[in-house]
Design a protein around this ligand. Structure first.
Ligand code: WTA
Length: 628
C-alpha cells in the first residue's frame, strides 16, 4: 500500500483555484463552510432541504436509530416534482433540460416543458397498466432519453425503478428482475456501439422467460425495419404514450418512500439491491451537484456516465435536473468515430462542466494531445472525475489539455452513498490524485481496524455520521445492510483503503475487499467465480483484479479443470464466452490461467490476496493461515 501511495503522490504539487472562478463560486471559503456544517449537520441539511419543494414539512430532520436512518421525518415530497414541475412553473419552462446526441450525430433536445410532457405521458401510461405505488419497474435501456423519461415517470407515481445497465447478459438481468419482482420491463429493440447494432430485446425475451412477475414489456423501437412485437405482453413505447394526457399529478409521498433499487456488486456471488428514497436522496444529489460543479443556469453540463450506473442516476438525471441545469448526454464511446468525439461535443455545445472517468482520460491520453488541441475548449470551467482513483499522470494530462486553469473535482462516492461524499469544491486547493476533503455536512475519516482515527497514514475509509442520501437498506437483505455499519463500530465502512496526509487530504487507494473496478465498473470477484464454476469443465476458480494501464484494473481468473478436460486456447475462449453469457461483457476475465491448486486457508477459503501478491511479484504478507 505504501508503495502505491508514493506513486500516487509523486507529482506532489498543489494547485490553487483560479481567482475568477473562486470569486463567483457558491462556496468561496471551504474551511469556514465545512466547520459550520459539521458543528450542526442537521441544521446544514435542513437549510439545504428548504431550497426544494415539499408538499408538507418535516417534524424532525433526522431520526437515527443506529444504523437505520430516517431523514425529514413525516414530510411529503416527490423528486420528480422537484426535477420538473418546479422549473416548468418558472422562467425555466422553455430552458433546455436535456440535449441528447447519438453516435451518428442525431440530436434530440428537450426543454423542461417538453421533458415534463413526456414524463407525464409516460406516468399516465404506467398508471394505465394498473401499476401502483411501491411496484417495481425494471428499465433495461441503452443511453437514450427514454431512460430518463421512464425513471422520472416512475418516481412521479412512487413506483420503484430498477435500472439495469444494458450491457448485462440475460442471466444477470433475470436475476435482477427476479430479486425485485418487477411487474414491468422497459427496453429497446437495440443499442448501438461503434456503429454496431447490439440487440437488446432478445436479451429481455430470454430473461423474462422465467420471471413470473413480469406482466408487460414495453419496447422502444429504434430500427426502421425493426422486428415486430411478438407476444401479447409486449407494447410499443410510441403506442403506449400516444394517447396519454400530458399532465399527471405527482404523488405526494412520504420522504422515506423508496425511489429506486440499483444493483451493485459486493463480495458474494449475489448482487445487492441498494435502496434509495425520495427525500434524502433529493437533498444530497441537489446540493452536491450545485456546490461541487458550481452549476449555474448558464452552464452546459456534460456527464459521460450511463444512467445504468449510479453516476448516471445522481449526476445525469436527478442532481442536474433538481438544479434546473442543461444536461448534455451522448450515446457511444469516447473514441468513436474518432478520439475527438468528446472534445468536439464540448466545442459544439459550449460545455462548461465536464464530468468524466479516469479510464476515459487514460484512453484519450493514448491518442495524444493533438486531438484535444484541434478543438476550442475555452467554454470549460469545471472538470470532474469519478469511479476509481485518478493517477496523477492522467490528472495532469487532463488538466493540461483543457487549458491548465480548470480545476478537476476528483469526486469519491459509491452506489450506497447516493451522492458525492469526498471531493474538492472549486475553491479548494487541489493535489492531483487526491479527492481532497469531505463534502459539507460529511464526517469522513481514515481509521484502523478498531475504529481509531489515524492522524495521518493509511487505513479504512469511514463515514462517522448518517447523511441524507445514504442507502436505506439492501432490498430483501437487511442483514447485508447492517454489515456496512457493523464492520467497524460506530461508523459506515466504505470498503476502501485510504490514506490521509498531513493536510487532512484523503487519497483513496482502491477496495479493501474482493471488489474489482474495471474501467470504473464495479465487479465482485465472487460473481465471476460462480459464473466460471457453473461451466462444466471447471471445478474451482479464483478471481483477482490486476492493474491495467487504461482500465485501472482488469480481471484475471485462476481455474482448476475437472478431470478429463485439458487446457486448450479453445477452452479458454469457451470459459470467457461462458462468463459473457452469465454476466455480460464487463465481467469477462481478460486472462484465464489454468492451475492445479489454489492457495487456501485451513478452513478452505481461497486466499485471493496471496494469488494477487504472487501475480504482481509482491510480498504476500502474513501467510500463517495458509494450508500448504
Ligand atoms: C471507487 C461509483 C477513488 C471506490 C460512484 C468506491 C473511487 C467505489 C472514486 C464505488 C474516486 C469511486 N477515487 N476511488 N474519486 N470514486 N471510487 O458504487 O472504490 O460504482 O468504493 O460508485 O468506486 O463504486 P460505485
Amino acid at each position: 500500500m505504501e508503495q502505491n501511495i508514493e506513486t500516487l503522490q509523486k507529482s506532489g504539487r498543489v494547485i490553487y483555484p483560479p481567482a475568477e472562478l473562486k470569486a463567483q463560486a457558491y462556496i468561496q471559503d471551504y474551511e469556514k463552510a465545512y466547520k459550520q456544517s459539521i458543528e450542526d449537520p442537521e441544521k446544514f441539511w435542513e437549510n439545504v432541504a428548504k431550497e426544494l419543494h415539499w408538499f408538507s414539512p418535516w417534524n424532525k430532520v433526522l431520526e437515527w436509530n443506529y444504523p437505520w436512518a430516517k431523514w425529514f421525518v413525516d414530510a411529503t415530497c416527490n423528486i420528480s416534482y422537484n426535477c420538473l414541475d418546479r422549473h416548468v412553473q418558472s422562467w425555466r419552462k422553455n430552458k433546455v433540460a436535456v440535449i441528447w446526441v447519438s453516435e451518428e450525430g442525431e440530436e434530440r433536445i428537450f426543454t423542461y416543458a417538453e421533458l415534463y410532457r413526456q414524463v407525464n405521458k409516460c406516468a399516465n401510461a404506467l398508471k394505465a397498466l394498473g401499476l401502483n405505488k411501491g411496484d417495481r419497474v425494471t428499465i433495461y435501456l441503452p443511453k437514450i432519453p427514454e431512460q430518463i423519461v421512464a425513471m422520472l415517470a416512475c418516481a412521479r407515481l412512487g413506483l420503484i425503478h430498477s435500472v439495469v445497465y444494458s450491457g448485462f447478459s440475460a442471466k444477470a438481468l433475470q436475476a435482477r428482475i427476479q430479486d425485485a419482482e418487477s411487474k414491468l420491463v422497459i427496453t429497446a429493440d437495440v443499442g448501438y456501439d461503434r456503429s454496431k447494432t447490439i440487440p437488446l430485446k432478445p436479451v429481455v425475451d430470454e430473461a423474462v422467460k422465467s420471471c413470473s412477475t413480469v406482466e408487460k414489456v414495453v419496447v422502444v423501437q429504434r430500427e426502421k425495419n425493426g422486428s415486430a412485437l411478438t407476444s401479447e405482453k409486449e407494447i410499443d413505447w410510441e403506442d403506449w404514450l400516444k394517447n396519454q394526457s400530458t399532465h399527471c399529478e405527482a404523488l405526494q409521498l412520504d420522504s422515506e418512500t423508496p425511489l429506486y433499487i440499483l444493483y451493485t456488486s459486493g463480495t458474494t456471488g449475489k448482487p445487492k439491491g441498494v435502496v434509495h428514497v425520495h427525500g434524502g436522496y433529493m437533498v444530497g444529489t441537489y446540493i452536491t451537484t450545485r456546490y461541487v460543479f458550481d452549476l449555474k443556469d448558464e452552464d452546459v453540463y456534460f456527464c459521460v456516465a450511463d444512467p445504468g450506473w449510479v453516476t448516471g442516476h445522481s449526476y445525469i438525471v436527478y442532481g442536474p435536473l433538481l438544479n434546473g441545469g442543461t444536461i448534455l448526454t451522448a450515446e457511444g464511446k469516447p473514441d468513436y468515430p474518432n478520439p475527438g468525439r468528446w472534445w468536439d461535443l464540448i466545442e459544439r455545445y459550449g460545455v462548461s462542466i465536464f464530468y468524466t472517468t479516469p479510464t476515459a482520460v487514460r484512453l484519450l491520453m493514448k491518442f495524444g494531445e493533438e486531438w484535444p488541441a484541434k478543438y476550442d475548449l475555452s467554454s470549460l470551467r469545471v472538470l470532474g472525475s469519478v469511479g476509481e482513483p485518478i493517477n496523477p499522470e492522467a490528472w495532469e494530462w487532463f488538466y493540461r489539455v483543457t487549458g491548465s486553469n480548470k480545476p478537476i473535482m476528483d469526486t469519491w462516492w459509491q452506489t450506497e452513498t447516493g451522492s458525492i461524499l469526498v471531493t474538492p469544491l472549486p475553491c479548494v486547493p487541489l493535489k492531483p490524485g487526491s479527492a481532497t476533503r469531505p463534502f459539507l455536512g460529511i464526517e469522513a475519516d481514515v481509521v484502523d481496524r478498531d475504529g481509531n482515527s489515524i492522524e495521518h497514514g493509511g487505513g479504512f475509509a469511514v463515514i462517522k455520521k448518517p447523511w441524507p442520501s445514504m442507502m436505506r437498506t439492501i432490498y430483501n437483505d437487511p442483514d447485508r445492510y447492517l454489515l456496512y455499519w457493523n464492520t467497524i463500530k460506530g461508523c459506515y465502512t466504505a470498503g476502501d483503503v485510504c490514506h490521509k496526509d498531513k493536510d487532512g487530504y484523503l487519497w483513496f487507494m482502491g477496495r479493501a475487499d474482493d471488489v474489482v473496478k474495471v474501467a470504473g465498473n464495479r465487479i465482485g470477484t465472487a460473481e465471476v467465480e460462480s459464473a466460471l464454476v457453473s461451466h462444466e469443465a471447471v471445478v474451482e476458480a479464483a478471481v483477482i483484479g490486476k492493474p491495467h494501464k487504461t482500465a485501472g484494473e482488469m480481471i484475471k481468473a485462476f481455474v482448476i479443470l475437472k478431470e478429463g478436460h485439458t487446457e486448450t486456447p479453445d477452452l479458454i475462449q469457451q470459459l470467457q464466452d461462458h462468463v459473457l453469457n452469465e454476466l455480460g461483457k464487463i465481467a469477462v476475465p481478460k486472462e484465464v490461467e489454468i492451475v492445479s491448486s489454489l492457495p487456501k486457508t485451513r478452513s478452505g477459503k481461497i486466499m485471493r490476496r496471496v494469488l494477487k501478491a504472487k501475480e504482481l511479484g509482491q510480498d504476500p504478507g502474513d501467510i500463517s493461515t495458509l494450508e500448504e
